[in-house]
Design a protein around this ligand. Sequence first.
Ligand SMILES: Nc1ncnc2c1ncn2[C@@H]1O[C@H](COP(=O)(O)OP(=O)(O)O)[C@@H](O)[C@H]1O
Ligand SMILES: Cc1ncc(COP(=O)(O)O)c(N)n1
Length: 272
Amino acid sequence: MKRAMTIAGSDSGGGAGIQADLKTFQELKVFGMSALTAVTAQNTLGVQAVFPMEVEAVAEQIQSVGEDIGVDALKTGMLFNAEIIETVAEKIKYFAWEKVVVDPVMIAKGGASLLQQEAVSALKDHLLPLCLVVTPNIPEAEVLTGMTILSHDDKKEAARRIHALGAKNVVIKGGHDLNTNESVDLLFNGADFEFFSVPRIETKNTHGTGCTFSAAITAQLAKGLTVYDAVSVAKEFIHAAIGNSLNIGQGHGPTNHWAFNREKGRLATWHG
Ligand SMILES: Nc1ncnc2c1ncn2[C@@H]1O[C@H](COP(=O)(O)OP(=O)(O)O)[C@@H](O)[C@H]1O
Ligand SMILES: Cc1ncc(COP(=O)(O)O)c(N)n1
């Protein structure tokens, strides 16, 4: 049994954050574990309140998991402040974990801040150099690079700049690319660019897409897939999840974490 950990915030509404990550781990058949960085009061309409954890609480959770159970791959999501980022980076170094996926969560779709502005430099200085894969959406890639991203060439340039910050593989996600009828993600490994393009699905139910996508990458890395193959499966997973999204709540509903297995008839397989 492979083991995957998420270090992220709790979404009481169940569509994003720790909850989306653990549902995704379960569907992709890895043993899911978590270290909470913050508790959010949140639903499909937005984020009503944020309660960050004490930094010691974050450190202790990671220590408990690392010391006993072990981690084949991990992802980070909402980290909220520079102190938490530095602590997470210290623990990754302490345990010498290499399969590290960083989803640089900054702003919830409703506009609430999930990362303090002054923590962006901590993310760049401490966490990106430790990660195997970083998965910014377009606004996050713009913040990390200081450039505006309008075209595929801009995405390539942003990927180069983020790679130069130390991330070994960069996935710039295209969910916010509203000018096209495709959702195009770009993977850059420092040498080659690969575009993953799928038809854009017209839906308002996109709460938790980024969390789910990065959790799917993490699960596949835990099972030993290459980064390219992990991203390919994650892309299929999120496309099925958005295409069969759930009509829950009055706002931006969650994606459907069962859809990938149901669509592909994969329920009976172990490593699929
Ligand atoms: N409407 C959509 N149709 C198809 N794929 C989408 C859509 N919205 C997002 N995605 C995909 O979901 C994943 C998450 O992307 P994105 O929404 O940009 O992230 P975030 O949730 O971090 O803002 C990416 O693989 C992206 O291409
Ligand atoms: C606790 C938490 N973490 C992350 C997100 C981002 O969600 P999305 O995947 O839609 O960008 C969120 N809304 N809440």
